[in-house]
Design a protein around this ligand. Structure first.
Ligand code: NAD
Length: 496
């Protein structure tokens, strides 16, 4: 039975359905019978409940996936991709509904929720294009002997995703996995499981056979059961570094192919010659967008040399941003407490609070923090090197570019980094030395757009390759190398 449409078209509170599991094309409660409340973070009101699954639920999803996968894999890749063309059209048709759902479950402002749904659609488009990239290639490697590659599915695969992009991050994985011929099990964040419910039904409407896409809701128990299940061949994870490490170790030990994206601490270097307006607006948008709850948000502004005017510009731009209008709220009360503790501690150790978001609120009774800028942050403060994941910008002042680069290089994280300058030479000097998988030049959120893959370095990623783009397709498939000879050679030997 289909779930109802989500009718909200404003920030006014609206409850929605309980998030059950989607197994074999049907909504089912978990075997555990456990649920937990789902809070709309803007209102701090309960929108519904989420099923908290255990190992038996994961197994039920695996059995449904195993049943559906062989017939799905039998289809030519181009036919599998047709489902993505159709779901793209359906996502465009339901763009407003999906965006408002993301907005309500996650607390983003509507413009940022819309951007995240648009990006999910872009990921689907990349999936549509995959058959044109996956021809495999072939070569006559010896007289009359030809080698070619066929990308075969892994079989049953799984993805585990975080709270900050409820619909977009699952779509970093799904298009490649489906076009690759796999059946997929998604374990969304237990904080934001509702927009993927609608998405599951859109996939069904687009003609995806039942059982090829399944959702198992839940938390730690479900994740551990996915890591351990012998019939899941590949697993991608996106979330904090702490959990990424646990999942990587556990799922690898169980023999899976695993790729885990972790947390971040992004250093944005500002050279004194940087464009004032561009840098100010860009930096402010980078650390406050999604209320700083994104792995590509600016965390540290490294101000090089005489750049007081740029610091002033960033503070002035940030002061204009209003919670609830220009950026959304914080996911829950615990997160507000955690972020506030970082600010309090830095202040107590001597950081100067240039802009104080503590106690600033948006329009409803939920979980809020305003943009906060801390100056003279030093390495003895946790705010300098730990991931805060909130709308907080730490300013660290250095004299040279090399000192700025050294600060970033010392971070255990390597997700995003950027440099602001008008000099190509300075930009290239930094780009080549920053130990980060994604680097921006005069761009505060250097997210590679499709078809470029998304993925960091160091403790921001465990496993090989990026999660999206072509690397994603390679991750969810196994290359079969076929060597063929039909003609009998004149110089035939036992090795021929
Ligand atoms: P999280 O690590 O708490 O949760 C991610 C997933 O892991 C969820 O599905 C959750 O249910 C599960 N989980 C949580 N604790 C677990 C445990 N102890 N054992 C097993 N599973 C567990 O992350 P979050 O708070 O949802 O998301 C924020 C984090 O995700 C930040 O660190 C952010 O940087 C990171 N993130 C990284 C990227 C990236 O591309 N590198 C993208 C988005 C978010």
């Amino acid at each position: 039975m289909a779930i109802p449409r989500f009718e909200a078209r404003s920030y006014d509170f609206m409850p929605y359905v309980d998030a059950l599991n989607w197994i074999g094309g049907q909504w089912v409660p978990s075997v555990t019978g456990r649920t937990q409340p789902l809070e709309n973070p803007r209102h701090a009101e309960i929108m519904g409940h989420v099923t908290i699954s255990g190992a038996a639920d994961v197994d039920a999803a695996v059995q449904a996936a195993k049943k559906a996968q062989p017939a799905w894999a039998e289809l030519p890749m181009r036919e599998r991709a047709q489902v993505l063309y159709r779901v793209k059209a359906l996502m465009e048709r339901d763009f407003e509904e999906l965006s408002w759902l993301v907005c309500h479950e996650n607390g983003k402002v509507i413009s940022q929720a819309q951007a995240s749904v648009a990006k999910a659609i872009e990921c689907i488009e990349n999936g549509c294009a995959l058959p044109n990239m996956a021809d495999g290639g072939g070569l006559e490697v010896s007289r009359g002997v030809e080698c070619r590659v066929i990308y075969e599915p892994v079989g049953v695969v799984a993805g585990i995703t975080p709270f900050n992009f409820p619909l977009m991050v699952p779509n970093w994985m799904l298009p490649q996995a489906l076009v690759g011929g796999n059946a997929f099990i998604l374990k969304p964040s237990e904080k934001v499981p509702q927009s993927v419910l609608r998405f599951a039904e859109l996939l069904q409407e687009a003609g995806l056979p039942d059982g090829v896409f399944n959702i198992v809701n839940g938390a730690k128990d479900a994740v551990e059961a996915i890591c351990d299940h012998p019939d899941i061949g590949a697993l991608a994870f996106v979330g904090s570094t702490k959990v990424a490490k646990l999942v990587y170790a556990r799922a690898s030990a169980a023999g899976k192919v695993v790729k885990c994206l972790g947390g971040a601490k992004n250093f944005l270097i500002v050279a004194p010659d940087a464009d004032l307006q561009l840098t100010s607006e860009n930096m402010a948008a980078s650390f406050t967008g999604c209320s700083g709850q994104r792995c590509m948000a600016a965390a540290v502004m490294v101000a090089v040399g005489d750049s007081q005017h740029l610091i002033d510009g960033v503070v002035a731009e940030s002061a204009k941003l209003r919670p609830g209008i220009d950026h959304g709220c914080i996911i829950d009360a615990d997160a507000v407490k955690r972020i506030t503790a970082y600010i309090d501690e830095a202040e107590a150790k001597g950081a100067k609070v240039l802009l104080d978001g503590r106690g600033k609120r948006g329009d409803h009774q939920g979980h809020w923090l305003g943009a906060t800028v801390l100056d003279h942050v030093t390495n003895d403060m946790r705010a300098a090197h730990e991931e805060i994941f909130g709308p907080v910008l730490c300013i660290m002042r250095v004299n040279t570019l090399d000192e700025a680069i050294a600060l970033q290089n010392a971070s255990p994280y390597g997700n995003g980094a950027a440099v602001y300058t008008q000099s190509g030479k300075v930009a290239e000097y930094c780009v080549r030395r920053l130990t980060s998988g994604m680097v921006g030049v005069n761009i505060g959120v250097p997210v590679p757009r499709e078809p470029f893959g998304f993925g960091g370095w160091k403790d921001s990623k465990f496993g090989v390759g990026d999660v999206s783009g072509w690397d994603g397709f390679r991750f969810w498939t196994r290359p079969r190398k076929v060597t063929t000879k039909w003609a009998v050679q004149k110089d035939w030997t036992w090795m021929s």
